[in-house]
Ligand binder design. Structure first.
Ligand SMILES: Nc1ncnc2c1ncn2[C@@H]1O[C@H](COP(=O)(O)OP(=O)(O)OP(=O)(O)O)[C@@H](O)[C@H]1O
Ligand SMILES: [Mg+2]
Length: 319
C-alpha cells in the first residue's frame, strides 16, 4: 500500500490502468482487514490518530518539553545541523530510549521487545555508543543491541532497498523506530552537478515519501538526519552540492536544528504544525543526550548561541 499506481506500473511494466486497478484492490483488502481507513474520513478520526500517536524521550527533558513530550510515532522527525552538531549522537540515544518501558517514557508495553531499524549510510553507527547509552538508562546492553537491526548501505539504490525490505517485517518484529543517518548524503554524492538536480530531487522525494507512508501506516517514528551548512559561502566549489534538503524539509513533520558553539549545544524546533517554535540547551555525554544545567555565569553565553541558531534557521537558503 506504500507504492503508488505509477510506481507499480514503472516496476512491473503493466499499463497504468491495470496498476491503478491493482492499487484499489489492495486498498479494499487492507480496508477489510482494518489496516487502513476509508479515503474520506471524519476530522475526529484524524484527531484520534494524532491522539493515539505515542511519544518517547530524547534523553533530555528540555528537548522533550520543546517537542511537547518527545519523539512522536506516525511522524517524521528531521534532525539537521552542521558537521559534528550531534545528529548521530541524538540518533544513538533514540535507538536506546525508544526501548524503555512506557512508564520511563519509552514505547515498550508490558515488557515486550521494541525494535529499531537503522539505515547507516555513512558508517557512523557505533555499537559501543549504544551499549554506553543502554547502561545510562539502566537497560541491559546485550538486550538493547539485540533489538537493533542495521543496514549498512553504500549507494542510493541499496538505501531505498533497505527501507523497502524493512517494511515487510515491521509488524512481525515490532519495529517502532527507523533511523536513517544520513537520509540524503548518498544522494548528494551520486547525483552530482546542476544537470542532475531534478533527478536528485526526484530520487530523494521517492525515498523520503516512502518513509512518511511507513511512519503513518505502521504507527512508528522515523528519524532522518541531514547535514547542512549554515553558511552557504563556505560551500566552496559546487554550490549545488548540498541541494536536496528542501524535499526532506517538506516531508518532515518535525524539524530539529542542532548547533554546537563553544561548550554549548542548542536544539531548535522548527516549522512544526502545532508547536510554538522553541529552543533549548542540552548536553551530550558518554550516556548520550542529557539535560545541561547552566551555571549563572553561563546563561548569557548560552542565550547567544540560541540566538545564533535561530539566525541560522532564518537565513537558511537551500539546504
Ligand atoms: N562518548 C561521548 N561522550 C561525550 N561526547 C561525545 C561522545 N561521543 C561523541 N560525542 C560528541 O559528539 C560529537 C559528534 O557528534 P555527531 O557525530 O552526532 O555529529 P553529527 O551531527 O552526526 O555530524 P556529521 O554531520 O559529521 O555526521 C563529538 O564531536 C563529541 O563532541
Ligand atoms: Mg553523523
Amino acid at each position: 500500500m506504500t507504492k503508488s499506481p505509477y510506481e507499480i506500473s514503472q516496476l512491473t511494466g503493466i499499463d497504468s490502468e491495470a496498476a491503478a486497478d491493482l492499487f484499489f484492490r489492495a486498498r479494499e483488502a487492507l480496508k477489510k482487514d482494518n489496516q487502513i481507513s476509508e479515503l474520506w474520513e471524519m476530522a475526529t478520526a484524524i484527531e484520534k490518530q494524532r491522539l493515539d500517536a505515542k511519544k518517547f524521550t530524547t534523553g533530555a527533558e528540555a528537548i522533550d518539553n520543546m517537542l511537547l513530550g518527545g519523539i512522536e510515532t506516525d511522524a517524521i522527525t528531521e534532525v539537521y545541523g552542521e558537521f559534528g552538531a550531534g545528529k548521530s549522537q541524538l540518533s544513538h540515544t533514540f535507538a536506546v530510549s525508544v526501548q524503555l518501558p512506557e512508564d520511563k517514557k519509552g514505547l515498550s508495553k508490558d515488557g515486550e521487545d521494541v525494535r529499531v531499524a537503522w539505515i547507516d549510510t555513512e558508517n557512523t553507527f557505533r555499537p559501543e555508543r549504544i551499549r554506553a547509552i543502554a547502561i545510562r538508562f539502566g537497560l541491559d546492553p546485550d538486550k538493547v543491541m539485540s533489538n537493533i537491526k542495521v543496514a549498512r548501505v553504500h549507494n542510493t539504490v541499496e538505501q531505498m532497498d533497505a527501507l523497502e525490505q524493512i517494511e515487510k517485517v515491521i509488524k512481525s518484529e515490532n519495529i517502532k523506530l527507523i533511523v536513517v543517518d544520513s537520509a540524503i548524503g548518498l544522494f548528494r554524492g551520486e547525483y552530482i552537478g546542476r544537470g542532475n538536480l531534478s533527478n536528485r530531487q526526484g530520487a530523494i522525494s521517492r525515498f523520503v515519501h516512502l518513509g512518511e507512508k511507513i511512519a503513518m501506516a505502521y504507527h512508528l517514528a522515523v528519524i532522518y538526519t541531514n547535514q547542512v551548512q549554515s553558511d552557504p559561502s563556505q560551500m566552496f566549489g559546487d554550490p549545488t552540492k548540498s541541494v536536496g534538503g528542501r524535499v526532506v524539509e517538506h516531508t518532515s513533520t518535525y524539524r530539529i536544528y542542532l548547533k554546537k558553539s563553544g561548550k554549548f549545544r542548542v536544539a531548535v524546533m522548527k516549522d512544526s504544525p502545532h508547536h510554538p517554535d522553541g529552543e533549548c540547551v542540552y548536553g551530550v555525554t558518554e550516556g548520550g543526550v542529557v539535560d545541561k544545567v547552566l551555571k549563572e555565569a553561563e546563561i548569557k553565553e548560552a542565550e547567544k548561541v540560541k540566538k545564533a541558531a535561530k539566525k541560522d534557521i532564518e537565513e537558511e537558503v537551500e539546504l
